[in-house]
Design a binder for this molecule. Structure first.
Ligand SMILES: Cc1cc2nc3c(=O)[nH]c(=O)nc-3n(C[C@H](O)[C@H](O)[C@H](O)COP(=O)(O)OP(=O)(O)OC[C@H]3O[C@@H](n4cnc5c(N)ncnc54)[C@H](O)[C@@H]3O)c2cc1C
Length: 284
Protein backbone atom coordinates (compact mmCIF):
# COMPACT_ATOMS: atom_id res chain seq x y z
CA UNK A 1 0.00 0.00 0.00
CA UNK A 2 1.20 3.51 -0.73
CA UNK A 3 -0.20 6.66 0.86
CA UNK A 4 -2.14 9.25 -1.12
CA UNK A 5 -0.28 12.28 -2.45
CA UNK A 6 0.75 14.87 0.11
CA UNK A 7 2.92 17.98 0.39
CA UNK A 8 5.82 17.78 2.80
CA UNK A 9 6.77 20.65 5.15
CA UNK A 10 9.79 20.78 7.41
CA UNK A 11 9.63 23.90 9.64
CA UNK A 12 12.41 24.52 12.16
CA UNK A 13 10.48 26.35 14.89
CA UNK A 14 7.40 25.64 16.99
CA UNK A 15 5.82 28.84 15.65
CA UNK A 16 6.44 27.57 12.13
CA UNK A 17 4.59 24.32 12.91
CA UNK A 18 1.68 26.16 14.53
CA UNK A 19 1.42 28.56 11.62
CA UNK A 20 1.27 25.68 9.09
CA UNK A 21 -1.40 23.92 11.17
CA UNK A 22 -3.39 27.18 11.23
CA UNK A 23 -3.01 27.55 7.48
CA UNK A 24 -4.03 24.02 6.51
CA UNK A 25 -6.44 23.03 9.31
CA UNK A 26 -7.87 19.50 9.03
CA UNK A 27 -5.82 18.78 5.91
CA UNK A 28 -2.55 18.88 7.87
CA UNK A 29 -0.98 16.46 10.33
CA UNK A 30 2.33 16.56 12.17
CA UNK A 31 4.63 13.57 11.91
CA UNK A 32 7.15 12.57 14.59
CA UNK A 33 8.63 9.04 14.30
CA UNK A 34 5.88 8.02 11.87
CA UNK A 35 5.44 4.55 13.40
CA UNK A 36 1.72 5.05 13.94
CA UNK A 37 0.95 7.70 11.35
CA UNK A 38 2.59 6.18 8.27
CA UNK A 39 0.72 2.83 8.54
CA UNK A 40 -2.66 4.61 8.69
CA UNK A 41 -1.66 6.80 5.73
CA UNK A 42 -0.59 3.74 3.75
CA UNK A 43 -3.86 1.99 4.50
CA UNK A 44 -5.66 5.20 3.45
CA UNK A 45 -7.44 5.27 6.81
CA UNK A 46 -6.68 8.96 6.97
CA UNK A 47 -6.59 11.52 4.22
CA UNK A 48 -3.78 14.03 4.76
CA UNK A 49 -2.70 16.43 2.06
CA UNK A 50 -0.13 18.33 4.18
CA UNK A 51 2.45 16.51 6.26
CA UNK A 52 4.40 18.64 8.75
CA UNK A 53 7.62 16.95 9.88
CA UNK A 54 8.70 17.86 13.41
CA UNK A 55 12.21 16.45 12.93
CA UNK A 56 13.75 19.87 12.15
CA UNK A 57 12.44 21.57 15.31
CA UNK A 58 15.34 21.44 17.79
CA UNK A 59 13.19 23.08 20.52
CA UNK A 60 11.15 19.84 20.69
CA UNK A 61 14.18 17.67 21.51
CA UNK A 62 16.07 16.71 24.63
CA UNK A 63 15.79 16.03 28.33
CA UNK A 64 16.46 18.66 30.98
CA UNK A 65 16.52 18.16 34.74
CA UNK A 66 16.33 21.09 37.14
CA UNK A 67 16.32 19.92 40.76
CA UNK A 68 13.52 17.38 40.84
CA UNK A 69 11.65 18.82 37.83
CA UNK A 70 12.15 16.88 34.62
CA UNK A 71 11.23 18.24 31.19
CA UNK A 72 11.29 16.01 28.12
CA UNK A 73 10.89 17.42 24.61
CA UNK A 74 8.12 15.80 22.56
CA UNK A 75 10.59 14.63 19.86
CA UNK A 76 12.77 12.74 22.33
CA UNK A 77 12.94 9.11 21.22
CA UNK A 78 12.26 6.12 23.41
CA UNK A 79 15.90 5.09 22.83
CA UNK A 80 17.06 8.44 24.26
CA UNK A 81 14.81 7.93 27.31
CA UNK A 82 16.41 4.54 27.91
CA UNK A 83 20.00 5.69 27.48
CA UNK A 84 19.81 8.90 29.54
CA UNK A 85 21.73 8.18 32.74
CA UNK A 86 20.58 11.40 34.43
CA UNK A 87 16.93 10.63 33.69
CA UNK A 88 17.40 7.12 35.05
CA UNK A 89 18.86 8.48 38.27
CA UNK A 90 15.78 10.59 39.07
CA UNK A 91 13.00 8.55 37.41
CA UNK A 92 14.03 4.92 36.83
CA UNK A 93 10.45 3.87 36.01
CA UNK A 94 10.83 5.57 32.61
CA UNK A 95 13.63 3.27 31.48
CA UNK A 96 11.84 0.24 32.90
CA UNK A 97 8.67 1.04 30.93
CA UNK A 98 10.44 2.18 27.74
CA UNK A 99 12.44 -1.06 27.52
CA UNK A 100 9.13 -2.92 27.32
CA UNK A 101 7.98 -0.96 24.25
CA UNK A 102 8.22 -2.95 21.02
CA UNK A 103 11.84 -3.58 20.01
CA UNK A 104 15.03 -1.51 19.51
CA UNK A 105 14.15 -0.60 15.89
CA UNK A 106 10.85 0.94 16.97
CA UNK A 107 12.41 2.64 19.99
CA UNK A 108 15.19 4.30 17.94
CA UNK A 109 12.55 6.29 16.04
CA UNK A 110 9.36 6.31 18.13
CA UNK A 111 9.02 9.50 20.17
CA UNK A 112 7.50 10.18 23.55
CA UNK A 113 5.37 12.93 21.97
CA UNK A 114 3.93 10.69 19.26
CA UNK A 115 3.32 7.94 21.78
CA UNK A 116 1.32 10.07 24.21
CA UNK A 117 -0.38 12.41 21.68
CA UNK A 118 -1.76 9.61 19.52
CA UNK A 119 -4.30 8.57 22.18
CA UNK A 120 -3.82 4.88 21.36
CA UNK A 121 -4.98 2.98 24.49
CA UNK A 122 -2.42 0.25 23.75
CA UNK A 123 0.54 2.64 24.02
CA UNK A 124 2.48 2.29 27.28
CA UNK A 125 3.50 5.90 27.81
CA UNK A 126 0.07 7.42 28.54
CA UNK A 127 -0.37 5.07 31.53
CA UNK A 128 3.24 5.69 32.55
CA UNK A 129 2.67 9.47 32.36
CA UNK A 130 -0.43 9.16 34.56
CA UNK A 131 1.59 7.13 37.06
CA UNK A 132 4.22 9.87 37.39
CA UNK A 133 1.56 12.62 37.24
CA UNK A 134 3.12 14.24 34.17
CA UNK A 135 1.92 17.49 32.65
CA UNK A 136 1.65 17.95 28.88
CA UNK A 137 2.65 21.33 27.42
CA UNK A 138 0.77 22.31 24.27
CA UNK A 139 1.28 25.17 21.81
CA UNK A 140 -1.31 26.48 19.37
CA UNK A 141 -2.54 29.68 17.72
CA UNK A 142 -4.04 30.83 21.04
CA UNK A 143 -0.73 30.38 22.86
CA UNK A 144 0.54 27.76 25.28
CA UNK A 145 -1.34 25.71 27.85
CA UNK A 146 -0.72 22.75 30.12
CA UNK A 147 -2.94 19.70 30.61
CA UNK A 148 -2.34 16.96 33.18
CA UNK A 149 -1.80 13.51 31.69
CA UNK A 150 -4.55 12.34 34.04
CA UNK A 151 -7.01 14.73 32.31
CA UNK A 152 -5.77 14.39 28.72
CA UNK A 153 -7.38 11.18 27.48
CA UNK A 154 -11.09 11.30 26.52
CA UNK A 155 -11.61 8.12 24.45
CA UNK A 156 -9.53 5.96 22.12
CA UNK A 157 -7.66 8.41 19.83
CA UNK A 158 -9.53 11.40 21.33
CA UNK A 159 -7.59 13.70 23.62
CA UNK A 160 -7.80 17.20 25.08
CA UNK A 161 -5.39 18.43 22.37
CA UNK A 162 -7.04 20.66 19.77
CA UNK A 163 -6.26 19.84 16.13
CA UNK A 164 -4.30 23.07 15.70
CA UNK A 165 -2.11 22.41 18.75
CA UNK A 166 1.08 20.42 19.12
CA UNK A 167 2.53 18.81 22.18
CA UNK A 168 5.86 20.55 22.80
CA UNK A 169 7.11 18.88 25.99
CA UNK A 170 6.21 16.83 29.02
CA UNK A 171 7.24 17.68 32.57
CA UNK A 172 6.93 16.05 35.95
CA UNK A 173 8.30 16.23 39.46
CA UNK A 174 10.46 13.18 40.15
CA UNK A 175 9.59 11.45 43.40
CA UNK A 176 11.85 9.27 45.49
CA UNK A 177 10.54 5.83 46.40
CA UNK A 178 9.69 2.45 44.95
CA UNK A 179 8.58 2.05 41.34
CA UNK A 180 7.59 -0.63 38.86
CA UNK A 181 6.17 -0.91 35.36
CA UNK A 182 4.91 -4.44 34.72
CA UNK A 183 3.59 -5.59 31.35
CA UNK A 184 2.17 -8.83 30.05
CA UNK A 185 2.37 -9.27 26.28
CA UNK A 186 2.06 -12.21 23.94
CA UNK A 187 5.53 -11.83 22.47
CA UNK A 188 8.38 -9.35 22.07
CA UNK A 189 7.23 -6.40 20.00
CA UNK A 190 3.61 -6.76 21.02
CA UNK A 191 1.39 -4.24 22.74
CA UNK A 192 0.23 -5.03 26.29
CA UNK A 193 -2.50 -7.48 27.15
CA UNK A 194 -2.32 -5.62 30.45
CA UNK A 195 0.25 -3.32 31.99
CA UNK A 196 0.50 -1.26 35.17
CA UNK A 197 2.73 1.47 36.56
CA UNK A 198 3.16 1.91 40.31
CA UNK A 199 4.99 4.47 42.47
CA UNK A 200 5.16 3.96 46.22
CA UNK A 201 6.64 5.91 49.13
CA UNK A 202 6.89 4.48 52.65
CA UNK A 203 7.51 6.30 55.92
CA UNK A 204 8.34 4.17 58.96
CA UNK A 205 6.64 1.15 57.37
CA UNK A 206 3.51 3.08 56.36
CA UNK A 207 2.67 4.02 52.77
CA UNK A 208 2.76 7.82 52.59
CA UNK A 209 1.96 8.18 48.89
CA UNK A 210 1.15 5.92 45.97
CA UNK A 211 0.18 6.08 42.34
CA UNK A 212 -1.22 3.35 40.08
CA UNK A 213 -2.24 3.52 36.41
CA UNK A 214 -3.20 0.87 33.87
CA UNK A 215 -2.41 0.42 30.15
CA UNK A 216 -4.67 -1.20 27.51
CA UNK A 217 -7.37 -2.10 29.98
CA UNK A 218 -9.89 0.47 28.79
CA UNK A 219 -10.24 2.86 25.85
CA UNK A 220 -8.05 5.31 27.79
CA UNK A 221 -5.34 4.80 30.38
CA UNK A 222 -6.89 4.27 33.81
CA UNK A 223 -5.68 6.10 36.90
CA UNK A 224 -6.73 4.00 39.90
CA UNK A 225 -7.75 6.44 42.66
CA UNK A 226 -9.58 3.79 44.71
CA UNK A 227 -6.60 1.42 44.68
CA UNK A 228 -4.29 4.28 45.71
CA UNK A 229 -6.62 5.12 48.62
CA UNK A 230 -6.38 1.53 49.85
CA UNK A 231 -2.58 1.58 49.87
CA UNK A 232 -1.97 5.01 51.42
CA UNK A 233 -1.86 4.66 55.21
CA UNK A 234 -1.41 0.87 55.01
CA UNK A 235 1.76 -1.15 55.48
CA UNK A 236 1.29 -2.52 51.93
CA UNK A 237 0.82 -5.97 53.43
CA UNK A 238 -0.84 -8.89 51.63
CA UNK A 239 -4.29 -7.83 52.77
CA UNK A 240 -4.02 -4.26 51.49
CA UNK A 241 -2.39 -5.43 48.25
CA UNK A 242 -5.33 -7.80 47.65
CA UNK A 243 -7.81 -4.97 48.25
CA UNK A 244 -5.86 -2.55 46.04
CA UNK A 245 -5.67 -5.12 43.23
CA UNK A 246 -9.44 -5.66 43.46
CA UNK A 247 -10.05 -1.91 43.26
CA UNK A 248 -7.72 -1.56 40.25
CA UNK A 249 -9.36 -4.44 38.38
CA UNK A 250 -12.78 -2.91 39.09
CA UNK A 251 -11.58 0.35 37.54
CA UNK A 252 -10.53 -1.43 34.34
CA UNK A 253 -12.89 -1.87 31.40
CA UNK A 254 -11.16 -4.02 28.77
CA UNK A 255 -12.74 -5.26 25.55
CA UNK A 256 -12.39 -8.74 24.05
CA UNK A 257 -9.97 -8.93 21.13
CA UNK A 258 -7.17 -11.12 19.78
CA UNK A 259 -5.40 -10.77 23.15
CA UNK A 260 -8.26 -12.55 24.90
CA UNK A 261 -11.75 -12.28 26.37
CA UNK A 262 -12.68 -9.72 29.01
CA UNK A 263 -12.47 -12.13 31.97
CA UNK A 264 -8.97 -13.22 30.94
CA UNK A 265 -7.79 -9.61 30.59
CA UNK A 266 -9.17 -8.73 34.02
CA UNK A 267 -7.43 -11.77 35.47
CA UNK A 268 -4.13 -10.73 33.87
CA UNK A 269 -4.68 -7.16 35.09
CA UNK A 270 -4.93 -8.47 38.65
CA UNK A 271 -1.70 -10.45 38.31
CA UNK A 272 0.16 -7.49 36.78
CA UNK A 273 -1.03 -4.91 39.33
CA UNK A 274 -0.11 -7.26 42.19
CA UNK A 275 3.37 -7.83 40.75
CA UNK A 276 3.88 -4.10 40.20
CA UNK A 277 2.91 -3.18 43.78
CA UNK A 278 5.08 -5.96 45.23
CA UNK A 279 8.02 -4.99 43.05
CA UNK A 280 7.66 -1.27 43.90
CA UNK A 281 7.60 -2.14 47.61
CA UNK A 282 10.90 -4.01 47.36
CA UNK A 283 12.50 -0.88 45.83
CA UNK A 284 11.35 1.72 48.39
C1 LIG B 1 5.68 -2.76 15.53
C2 LIG B 1 5.37 -1.70 16.56
C3 LIG B 1 5.19 -2.09 17.87
C4 LIG B 1 4.90 -1.13 18.84
N1 LIG B 1 4.74 -1.52 20.14
C5 LIG B 1 4.50 -0.60 21.09
C6 LIG B 1 4.35 -0.97 22.44
O1 LIG B 1 4.45 -2.14 22.84
N2 LIG B 1 4.11 0.02 23.35
C7 LIG B 1 4.01 1.32 22.97
O2 LIG B 1 3.83 2.18 23.84
N3 LIG B 1 4.16 1.70 21.69
C8 LIG B 1 4.38 0.78 20.74
N4 LIG B 1 4.52 1.18 19.46
C9 LIG B 1 4.32 2.62 19.14
C10 LIG B 1 5.65 3.38 19.01
O3 LIG B 1 6.40 3.17 20.17
C11 LIG B 1 5.48 4.92 18.84
O4 LIG B 1 5.56 5.58 20.06
C12 LIG B 1 4.20 5.33 18.26
O5 LIG B 1 4.02 4.66 17.05
C13 LIG B 1 4.05 6.85 18.02
O6 LIG B 1 5.25 7.55 18.01
P1 LIG B 1 5.82 8.21 16.70
O7 LIG B 1 6.89 9.14 17.17
O8 LIG B 1 6.16 7.21 15.69
O9 LIG B 1 4.55 9.10 16.24
P2 LIG B 1 3.88 9.31 14.78
O10 LIG B 1 3.48 8.02 14.20
O11 LIG B 1 4.72 10.22 13.97
O12 LIG B 1 2.58 10.14 15.25
C14 LIG B 1 1.51 9.49 15.91
C15 LIG B 1 0.36 10.49 16.04
O13 LIG B 1 0.68 11.50 16.99
C16 LIG B 1 0.68 12.79 16.37
N5 LIG B 1 1.84 13.49 16.91
C17 LIG B 1 3.12 13.08 16.91
N6 LIG B 1 3.89 13.96 17.58
C18 LIG B 1 3.07 14.95 17.99
C19 LIG B 1 3.26 16.15 18.74
N7 LIG B 1 4.47 16.52 19.19
N8 LIG B 1 2.17 16.92 18.97
C20 LIG B 1 0.95 16.57 18.53
N9 LIG B 1 0.70 15.45 17.84
C21 LIG B 1 1.75 14.64 17.58
C22 LIG B 1 0.77 12.54 14.86
O14 LIG B 1 0.12 13.58 14.12
C23 LIG B 1 0.02 11.22 14.73
O15 LIG B 1 -1.38 11.45 14.70
C24 LIG B 1 4.79 0.25 18.47
C25 LIG B 1 4.96 0.62 17.14
C26 LIG B 1 5.24 -0.33 16.18
C27 LIG B 1 5.44 0.11 14.76
Amino acid sequence: MVPGAFSYHRPDTIDGVVSLLGEWGDDARVIAGGHSLIPVMKQRLTDISQLIDLAGVDALKGISIDGDTVTIGAMTTQHELITSGTLHEVAPIIREASLQIADPQVRYVGTIGGNVANGDPANDMPGLMQTIDAKYHLAGPKGERTVAARDFYEAAYFTAREEDEILTSISFVAKKGGYAYEKQKRKIGDYATAAAGVLLSMDDGVCSSASIALTNLSDTPVYCDAAVEVLVGSSVDDNSITKAVKAAVEASDPVADTRGPVDFKKYVAGVIVKRAIQSAKTRV
